[in-house]
Unconditional design. Structure first.
Length: 227
């Protein structure tokens, strides 16, 4: 199978989703700077080899992927961690609240049960509590805690080539007590994302939204549906 990668802007690609890699996969993004590359999320784990091929198709060497950055613990975002860590040698980073359900393979909090599968116990290398930065040389990826969809939900933003890119995975939800969702927290998190004034939104299931006015319109459309 020949890999496919969709270029979003210089140094940024979509390398996994329901069509590029596997039907269960959330969107997987790849960012590369002068000091290495980072993978944002890893898909559900049924076909992580396709994501690896797509990384190669982007022109980025797998060995140049220094980081795997996880936005939250749901299996459609984390199932490929172990495979892709072995394939790249990258370090895995996530919010501290994300690490525990991954470590014990919690099938409820990781939503594995929703997908009719199980979560393989998975350990991460580095955790953070509120914010964290990862340098890729000529730009930084900045983690911010944005709970609501789940308690551990985080977003990432970066200023790449004069544009602010927001990795706002699963802005749309869904929300469930099983997942630990909190609508009031989510609303505050969405206002925090709007304040970033991103030019490009890389969402977890809706793909890429741009320019800036469309990013704000997209986020506000979900806020309005939960008034």
């Amino acid at each position: 199978m020949k890999g496919q990668a969709i270029k979003i802007t210089d140094g940024l690609w979509l390398v996994g989703d329901g069509e590029l890699s596997d039907s269960k996969d959330a969107c997987v993004y790849l960012a590369e700077g002068t000091g290495g590359a980072a993978l944002i999320d890893t898909g559900a784990g049924d076909n992580p080899g396709a994501i690896l091929k797509n990384i190669e198709a982007s022109g980025v060497k797998p060995s140049n992927v220094k980081w795997i950055l996880i936005t939250h613990c749901h299996i459609d975002h984390v199932g490929g961690i172990n495979y892709l860590r072995r394939a790249t040698g990258a370090q895995v980073m996530c919010h501290a609240l994300c690490a525990e359900p991954l470590a014990i393979g919690d099938n409820n909090r990781t939503a594995a049960r929703w997908y009719g599968t199980t979560m393989e116990p998975t350990f991460v290398d580095i955790t953070f509590d509120d914010t964290e930065k990862v340098s890729l040389g000529n730009f930084e990826l900045v983690f911010i805690h944005t709970p609501g969809h789940s308690p551990d939900s985080s977003s990432i933003y970066a200023d790449i080539g004069g544009k602010r890119v927001l990795f706002g995975q699963d802005i749309h939800g869904p929300f469930s007590p099983v997942l630990g969702s909190d609508i009031n927290q989510w609303k505050k998190s969405m206002e925090k994302l709007i304040a970033l004034k991103a030019d490009i939104l890389c969402e977890g299931h809706y793909g890429v939204i741009q320019p800036a006015k469309e990013v704000e319109r997209f986020i506000r459309s979900f806020l309005q549906s939960h008034v």
